[in-house]
Ligand binder design. Structure first.
Ligand code: GCU
Length: 668
């Protein structure tokens, strides 16, 4: 049923590898002792039972050590000297061989835990142990899941069942799921979790609920995972019965100081707050004519001595402003650059609109050099077919992280800019729920996995991540791994093609965001209507964001503007994001815009069909429930793709008045 995620520890069949594991697991020396070490030992036991069907043995007298696990200060000198490289982070780890012993070392026991998971992952993916060598440190400090979970068990934009957090039975009942959740996160380097929705009410900050949060924090702590909460800005009114939540008001400041003290009394390593303020109707400092910096700093000042942080979201836009939504966050925040306290990160979505299948990078990246930014990615597939769609997101994350902002000259990629900040982080909106396989679609697990890997190392290759995940998830043939890896790597592009080709965006059903509704124009807010984004008329289609249009393009550095300002030379993937283009324009593909659009929709459908054919090749290799699960979902996805293609092309044809190209006429 895939409840175990990537921690299956399938039996090792290769006898050479198996024998070597037996040898190493036969005498494990562990030099430290704390709650994290207990977890390491338990995990080694679980893994050993799975891999070789034996118990591990610790500290076997007079026998050769097979695996030595200890922080650097505890290692014998002659072994410690073997370490090449110096740890910069307490979370980094090194694995190397010393004589016949494999050594895992780090500065902290959490580093040892990461090292242990890394070793087990390599075994699970069938990499030989001999000569093992790995020195790994996170390039990003805060690798945080954002749960959009509500206290009543619902999950905003969650498609895999109810929230895994059962606030009714907490704090006394500790569900095994909490432990398994922590194991899964720790195994991929995730070190923080925001338990509550950005659109939360203030209830989570009441004493009763804080006790429940404390219980979860106690479970997560030895796994190296800190707990964070969303802070509703008006909590002093709702809970404190004050008349205002003005951040400059002394009573308000005192209320938050007391509340934060109360939290730290229960959770001494509490991570801090994420805040959605003055965004989509949420309260915030602007209600009192204060700035986002005033609001963030009020909380940050209290959190600073406690080492807590504030993740202040930049997802702000307002329909009252007669301004392209794309430009609003930039306009709002760049003027505040340098005004935030050092423990504030401004949390910015990867693109300026909202987690579309493809967006150019958010112009705020590189535009606030004096303010640490935090990247917010979405793991849950709100706009990518939700849980009935196979869309492997690592290539999308990589595209974002590799985007060159040119902020400090060529090569100023988002990944590098984040890394160079003194304080940095990446947030991922979780796709986790109480479904038996956690993520609804089995392949949703790969996105959780990839998020962890890529927020640890933004250079990690999507292909390698997919290959590893496949081996840890399915027991199957090499052909299966190769074919399915190809499917995964192409899958997000397929979604782009059949739903939002050539830079079109925000064409999904309004409200629920599932399926096509490019014709919708009935919502009270213009900027929630798809017609606002595609702007199709009888001559052209697309959003002109150049000088002659909204000029959102001017928010990017000149080198980036140059790449995108000309409709003849812009990468076609962003064409209609920035340009309003004539239906008959000849593109560099040799097709007219209209024909190219039809071609993209068709090609996306063809891709899904190929995914089905490939998957079906492996019917006999997989257990039936797993085969059927993915097979049925792929068939649903094909229907969705065809639905997107048919409705979109028919709708856009009412503007273009052009005939369908032959390949579309012939399609099913
Ligand atoms: C999207 C999403 C909302 C969410 C918002 C946010 O608009 O549809 O459900 O609240 O993003 O990120 O705050």
């Amino acid at each position: 049923n895939h409840y175990k995620l990537w921690l299956n520890y399938y039996p090792i069949e290769n006898t050479i590898i198996k024998n070597s594991i037996v040898k190493h697991f036969n005498n494990i020396q562990v030099l430290n002792n704390d709650a994290t070490i207990d977890i390491i030992k338990k995990e080694l036991n679980i893994a050993s039972a799975g891999f070789i069907n034996r118990d591990v043995k610790f500290n076997t007298p007079n026998s050769e050590t097979g695996l030595l696990i200890g922080t650097l200060d505890k290692l014998p000198n002659n072994i410690a000297q073997r370490l090449d490289g110096e740890f910069k982070s307490h979370e980094g780890f090194a694995i190397f061989q010393h004589n016949n012993t494999i050594v895992i070392t780090a500065l902290s026991t959490v580093g040892l835990l990461y090292g242990t998971y890394n070793l087990l992952e390599n075994i699970g993916a069938n990499y030989p142990l001999t000569g093992v060598k790995n020195f790994s440190e996170p390039l990003i400090q805060h690798r945080i899941l954002n749960h959009w979970d509500n206290l009543n068990g619902t999950v905003e934009r969650g498609y895999s069942g109810a929230s895994i957090f059962n606030w009714h039975t907490l704090p006394d009942y500790i569900d095994q799921r909490y432990i398994d959740y922590a194991r899964a996160n720790a195994s991929i380097g995730i070190n923080g979790t925001v338990l509550t929705n950005v659109n939360s009410n203030a209830t989570i900050l009441t004493g009763t609920y804080l006790q429940k949060v404390k219980a979860l924090a106690n479970v997560f702590r030895p796994f190296g995972i800190k707990v964070y909460l969303s802070a509703r800005f008006s909590a002093p009114i709702e809970l404190g019965k004050l008349k205002t939540a003005d951040p400059l008001n002394a009573d308000v400041q005192q209320w938050w100081a007391n509340k934060i003290n109360e939290i730290y009394d229960s959770i001494p390593d509490f991570g801090g707050f994420v805040v959605k303020a003055n965004s989509e109707g949420q309260p915030g400092p602007q209600d009192y004519n204060r700035t986002h910096a005033d609001g963030a700093n009020m909380l940050a000042k209290i959190l600073l001595p406690k080492k807590g942080i504030v993740m202040w979201r930049a997802f702000v836009y307002s329909h009252e402003q007669n301004e392209d939504r794309h430009k609003q966050a930039y306009n709002e925040f760049t003027k505040l650059d340098g005004q935030f306290l050092p423990n504030v990160m401004v949390q910015v979505k990867n693109g300026a609109i909202d987690f579309m299948p493809r967006e150019p990078f958010h112009p705020l990246f590189g535009a606030m050099p004096k303010t640490p930014l935090m990247l917010e990615l979405q793991i849950t597939q709100e706009y990518l077919g939700q849980a009935t769609t196979l869309a492997y997101l690592a290539p999308m994350y990589k595209e974002v992280l590799d985007s060159d902002t040119y902020a400090e000259g060529k090569g100023s990629t988002i990944g590098k800019l984040l890394h160079n900040q003194k304080l940095n982080g990446i947030a991922g909106v979780a796709n986790i729920g109480a479904d038996i396989n956690w993520t609804g679609h089995l392949f949703g697990q790969s996105n959780w996995f990839a998020f962890g890997k890529q927020s640890w190392n933004y250079n990690a290759s999507p292909k390698e991540i997919a290959d590893t995940w496949l081996k840890l998830t399915f027991k199957a043939s090499d052909n299966f791994y190769q074919d399915i890896s190809k499917i995964m790597l192409n899958s997000r592009e397929a979604v782009v093609k059949y739903s939002n080709p050539l830079g079109l965006h925000h064409l999904m059903g309004t409200g629920h965001h599932y399926g096509p509704e490019p014709w919708a124009n009935y919502l009270p807010r213009e900027d929630w209507n798809p017609t606002y984004y595609h702007k199709a008329d009888s001559f052209d289609i697309g959003f002109n964001r150049t000088k002659t249009g909204s000029n959102a393009l001017s928010q990017y550095k000149p080198e980036v503007q140059q790449q995108w300002q000309n409709e003849d030379s812009i990468d076609l993937k962003y064409l209609l994001w920035f340009h309003h283009v004539n239906w008959n324009k000849k593109l560099n593909t040799g097709r007219t815009l209209w024909n190219e659009l039809c071609y993209q929709y068709q090609s996306g459908c063809d891709d899904v069909k190929n995914m089905i054919t490939t998957w079906q090749k492996y019917k006999n290799e997989l257990d039936m429930p797993t085969f059927n699960h993915v097979n049925m979902l792929l068939n649903i996805q094909y229907k969705e793709a065809v639905w997107w293609r048919n409705s979109s092309t028919l709708y856009f044809q009412t503007f273009s008045k052009l005939p369908f190209p032959q390949f579309l006429e012939k399609s099913d």
